[in-house]
Ligand binder design. Structure first.
Ligand code: SAH
Ligand code: SF4
Ligand code: F3S
Length: 442
């Protein structure tokens, strides 16, 4: 029996892969620890989406050198998106002699056999599979929470947005069989899960690789029927494939949460074209109008990149205008980061760092007051909140998510964790809501 520690650097998909790795290691009899000093196995589940994510991996790997020197029997494994890239793998292995094991995103199921090989031979084991068709279905996950769970519905991405490394690390798109997904969610619900987040890089194209006619909305309808399940979320949908059918589902499916994360990336048609996003600003705004026509209370969030090659002041102003026109509840904002091997990396007219930072701040200054104002409209409303945890700063305060995905703080006792309760909102901030628990017996 060994103690293991997994550090996760990437997105929800990466996080969910870590849950699968934990399940495998527990199945081998190992136990988890939070303490690096006492760990016998340390696994870094890496992310390649931006340079900052990679830098964190490099930094933390450097920190482990000393630990490994003091404790040579420590097994250090690297996996995740960075490892799917041959150039990065080679660099790591030549620079960091203290790595024992390298595997990828498509062969997590082989971990027991790879660990075994390393322990028997003492050699550095490198095993990567490029093809998403190899992904093993019979692998479970040691999920972080019992009441909310991530569920993969598809792997890979075929979109090749020109800035993005994901299609090169996660391979080609492949949908899981609907019955496998439904069985997984049914089992989760039987064990206490109330909320599922369906994961895919582009969930709107779910079903395209299946051998029969079945799309993302069909899947949502079938999941909506699962007894005991209360909330369905999904990440991420691509505006080019957002169907009328899916928009209508917001009005039909009682478990589908009133939240749509629809990454726009830029408000300039010129930039969108050069990003290969395959929609215009007008297409996007029209989608938003249709969504709001079904239910004006659907929270809308997005991802925006500033400083994409060729982005002029005018292009950036288009983004600011779009942000105001949509009125986002919140947004993930990113400075464009050059990813070697992508088309955008070779584009001329890279935007100077200083301009990127200036625009980034301007973008936040535009987003934040809008987010606050939308939150203010919720004062006096009652929200259903799935209670997640005790606040880190105050043990009498609980935090959870409203169905629109907003973070809510309120006073309450620990036994409410995992339950859905009613909270009346009486104060708001830019990123959070605050309120009082409504006594349900009253
Ligand atoms: N599949 C999802 C996004 C996955 S990556 C989608 O298409 O919406 C998450 C976000 O990271 C992207 O939406 C984008 O905003 C950002 N991102 C991806 N590559 C980036 C890069 N090279 N530089 C900066 N941000 C990037
Ligand atoms: Fe990247 Fe675009 Fe695929 Fe999203 S859809 S993962 S941004 S290539
Ligand atoms: Fe996710 Fe990062 Fe890979 S965002 S898909 S872990 S490159």
């Amino acid at each position: 029996m060994k103690k293991y520690l997994i550090s996760t650097f990437g997105c929800q998909m990466n996080e969910h892969d870590s849950e699968k790795i934990a399940w495998i290691l527990e199945g081998m009899g190992h136990v988890s620890t939070d303490n690096r000093e006492e760990a016998d196995i340390i696994i870094f589940n890496t992310c390649a989406v931006r340079k900052s994510a990679e830098d964190r991996v490099f930094g933390q790997l450097g920190e482990l050198k000393d630990l490994k020197r003091r404790k040579p029997e420590l097994i250090l494994g690297l996996c995740g998106c960075m490892m799917q890239r041959e150039d990065i793998r080679t660099y790591f292995l030549s620079k960091h002699r203290h790595i024992d094991l390298v595997f990828g995103t498509n062969n997590i199921h082989k971990l027991p056999q790879l660990l075994q090989r390393h322990m028997e031979t003492g050699e550095v084991i490198v095993d990567i599979i490029e093809d998403t068709r190899e992904i093993e279905e019979n692998i479970h996950a040691n999920r972080k929470y019992s009441y909310k769970s991530f569920v993969n519905i598809m792997y890979g991405c075929n979109n090749f947005c020109t800035y993005c490394i994901v299609p090169y690390t996660r391979g080609r798109e492949k949908s899981r069989e609907p019955q496998d997904i439904i069985n997984e969610i049914t089992e989760l619900t039987d064990n206490g899960t109330k909320e599922v987040t369906l994961l895919g890089q582009n969930v709107n194209s779910y079903g395209k690789t299946l051998e029969f006619e079945y799309n993302f909305t069909d899947l949502l309808r079938d999941i909506n029927k699962i007894d005991g399940l209360e909330r369905i979320r999904f990440m991420t949908s691509h505006p080019k494939d957002l169907s009328e059918d899916l928009i209508k589902a917001y009005g039909e499916l009682d478990k589908l949460c009133p939240h749509l994360h629809l990454p726009v990336q830029s408000g300039s048609n010129k930039v969108l074209k050069s990003m290969n996003r395959k929609y215009t600003r007008e297409d996007y705004l029209s989608q938003i109008r249709k969504v709001r026509a079904i239910n004006p209370n659907i929270a809308i969030t997005t991802d925006i990149i500033v400083g994409f090659p060729g982005e002029s002041d005018e292009d950036f102003i288009d983004t600011l205008e779009l942000v105001k026109e949509v009125g986002y509840d919140s947004a993930f904002t990113f400075l464009y980061s050059i990813r070697e091997g992508t088309i955008a990396a070779k584009m001329e007219e890279q935007v100077p760092e200083e301009t990127k930072h200036k625009r980034f701040q301007q973008l936040l200054d535009t987003l934040h007051p809008i987010g606050l104002e939308l939150n203010e409209r919720l004062i006096g409303t009652t929200q259903d909140v799935l209670v997640e945890e005790i606040s880190k700063n105050d043990s009498t305060v609980l935090s959870g998510r409203a169905s629109n995905s907003k973070l809510v703080h309120f006073k309450g006792s620990e036994d409410l964790i995992g339950k859905i309760v009613k909270v009346r909102i009486n104060n708001v901030k830019t990123f959070t809501l605050e309120g009082n628990l409504i006594n349900m017996e009253a």
